[in-house]
Design a protein around this ligand. Structure first.
Ligand code: MG
Length: 254
C-alpha cells in the first residue's frame, strides 16, 4: 500500500516536472528564415505550421480605407500603411515575391493549419483607427470560427485594453512593452507578459510572480543559444524566435 502511494506520488511529481518543461515555440513573423519564405508572408505561416510551432506570430495594420493588412513596419517601399489606400499597400511585394497579404487571406490560409495565430496589432498614430482595427479583427476572426486559435499581442497600451475588451472572454492577450508589472497586467485582465528577454533578465522574479498569478510568460525575440537556454532554465512558457527549429532542438535535448 505504502509502495503504491509512493509510486502514485512520484508519477504526479514526474508529470508536474514534465509540464513545467513544456516550453512553447512561436515563430517570430512566421518561419521565414528558410527557402521560399519571407517575414510575414503566407508562406512563413504555412512553414511555421509545417514544423509544428505552437504559434506563428505576425503583425497587423489598418490602412486609411479600413483594410487590415499583414506587415511589420509602418511603411513598405515608401508607402505609409496607416495613411494609404489598401490598393497601394497590397500592390507591394515581399522578398519571396508574394504581395503583402490581407488579414483575411492570412486567416483563410490558417483555417487548415494547426499552429496558433499570434496576432500583433501595431500601435497606430490614429487611436480611433486602432480601435476600429481591433473591432474589425474580431469580426474577421469570428466569421471564420477561429476565435479559439487566436492570441493577441501589442505594444500599444490602448490596443491592449481594447483587445481585452473586444475579444471573447478568455482569449489570451499579452502586453509587449515591458513596462508593466505582472500585478498590473493581471489587474487589466491580460493573459501574461510578452517581454524582451533582457527585461526578464533584469526582473527574473517576474516569471515566478506571473506563474503565481496564473499568467503566462513569453519572451521575444530569442535567437542566441545562450539566451534560449536562459529562458528554458527560468521556465519561460513561450519563446518567440527567428530560429524556431533551433529552439525546438534545444528543448528536445534538455
Ligand atoms: Mg511582431
Amino acid at each position: 500500500m505504502k509502495k503504491s502511494i509512493m509510486l502514485f506520488a512520484s508519477l504526479l511529481l514526474g508529470s508536474a516536472a514534465a509540464l513545467a518543461q513544456m516550453t512553447c515555440v512561436v515563430a517570430h513573423r512566421g518561419y521565414w528564415d528558410t527557402d521560399g519564405s519571407a517575414q510575414n508572408s503566407i508562406r512563413a505561416l504555412v512553414k511555421a505550421d509545417s514544423i509544428d510551432c505552437y504559434g506563428s506570430e505576425f503583425d497587423v495594420w489598418m490602412t486609411a480605407d479600413k483594410k487590415l493588412v499583414v506587415n511589420h513596419d509602418a511603411d513598405i517601399n515608401g508607402v505609409h500603411i496607416e495613411t494609404s489606400k489598401a490598393r497601394d499597400v497590397l500592390a507591394q511585394k515581399l522578398k519571396n515575391g508574394e504581395n503583402v497579404p490581407t488579414l483575411e487571406q492570412y486567416l483563410d490560409r490558417a483555417l487548415s493549419l494547426r499552429t496558433r495565430l499570434i496576432l500583433e496589432l501595431k500601435p497606430h498614430a490614429d487611436k480611433k483607427l486602432e480601435e476600429e482595427a481591433v473591432k474589425a479583427i474580431m469580426k474577421l476572426v469570428k466569421e471564420r470560427g477561429l476565435e479559439a486559435n487566436m492570441e493577441y499581442i501589442t505594444f500599444s497600451p490602448e490596443a491592449f485594453a481594447n483587445l481585452i475588451k473586444y475579444a471573447p472572454k478568455g482569449t489570451p492577450v499579452f502586453y509587449l512593452a515591458g513596462n508593466l508589472s505582472p500585478r498590473e497586467i493581471k489587474a487589466m485582465g491580460g493573459a501574461g507578459i510578452d517581454y524582451h528577454y533582457s527585461v526578464l533578465k533584469r526582473n527574473p522574479w517576474w516569471i515566478a510572480e506571473c506563474h503565481a498569478l496564473n499568467l503566462r510568460v513569453n519572451a521575444w525575440t530569442v535567437n542566441d543559444p545562450k539566451d534560449i537556454q536562459w529562458c528554458i532554465d527560468h521556465e519561460v512558457d513561450i519563446i518567440t524566435t527567428n530560429a524556431p527549429k533551433l529552439v525546438q532542438q534545444m528543448l528536445i535535448e534538455q
